[in-house]
Design a protein around this ligand. Sequence first.
Ligand SMILES: [Mg+2]
Length: 396
Amino acid sequence: MPPEVIQSVSVTPIPSSYQKELGKNAYADNRGTQWLEWVVRAKSTGGAEGITIANRFMRQGTVAELLEYLKGALLGREVGSLLEVTDGVVTGPGPEMSRWYRRNGWLSILAFDLVGKVRGASAIDLLGGRKHDSVPAYDTTLYFQDFLVPERGALQVADEAAGAVADGWKELKIKTGRGGRWMMPEAGMRRDIEVVLAVRDAVGPDVTIYVDGNFGYDDHLDLLDRFIQEVTSADIFWLEEMITHDVDGYKAIREMQAKHGSKALLTCGEVDRNPISEVFQDLIDDRLIDGYQPDVVGHGFLGWMEIERQLKGTGVRSIPHNFGNGSFGTCASVVFGAASETYVTLEDERILPHFLTTQPEFKDGAYVLPTGPGLGVDIDEAEFAPHAKHEFRVEA
Ligand SMILES: [Mg+2]
């Protein structure tokens, strides 16, 4: 690799818009119609550019802190020293880089992008090569839409599910756990059931349905038991975070499933900030979960490579969380999913296209793999221009 050096880094918040208003989930109020992607760009002396988003950092950080961090991590550094690459495959962080990636895994995605672009190699190949010809995705925008249009109630969620299917989606996730906060527990459970059954009715038998409780059934295992009993006929592919991760709780769910004949996978882990932490390891060792879900951008490609090394042989599959990562998250997920043996499906917010040159093509319920170097996508300068007034940059 020629000695390319990173000569500038910048941070720009860019709003990304949903196709509709998103309502509540079990713990948080209405999500609304748009969110920010904190876009990080790093340019090398030869003109190559790596990108990522720093949304995880900016949950609590400031722009000043982020720029300071990026300066230390990237500015003046040789691109070739960002990652350890052997026979065209990344084997770990470059020398002195692990401390920069440790709590900020999202930065490693920029490294894969930039190293790939400088070497003329796809990030999929840097991750070990493609394992799938396309990456299936699910619509993750079925929030508590019944609260937004109370007169339609459960039918509002069903209508939106049918709309997603008409748009070409073959997999959907339904938010549940209404009784955790926004309704009385039993009434919430009943509405959850009504919604799930109405969605199944609206989309027919061939669409894959996932259910996410966001811990909304904590302290209400009796209600969860009834929920599982009633929705088993709707053929749910996975049950996510119905309660907070806990060995006894998950044992109880497995028993409910056995009693009611539910074949749904159990998944969790999006809240694990230091994967694989102890309780999740226990759930994995005791075979109480089937899918593990730390965030794909938050932990980044290096973080997820390490997670998959640890999951090997456990039977637990990779289902990275991606909500809140916007259009960049979709691109990053397609790349990671393409190279991951046990990847299940991509959590897609269906962000309207904006600051990236191309969104991956969505065909037959799955994304076509990118072909260009790095992530296979660049910043569209014309679309970026209006946001440049909020860009902050440091140069070597
Ligand atoms: Mg979730």
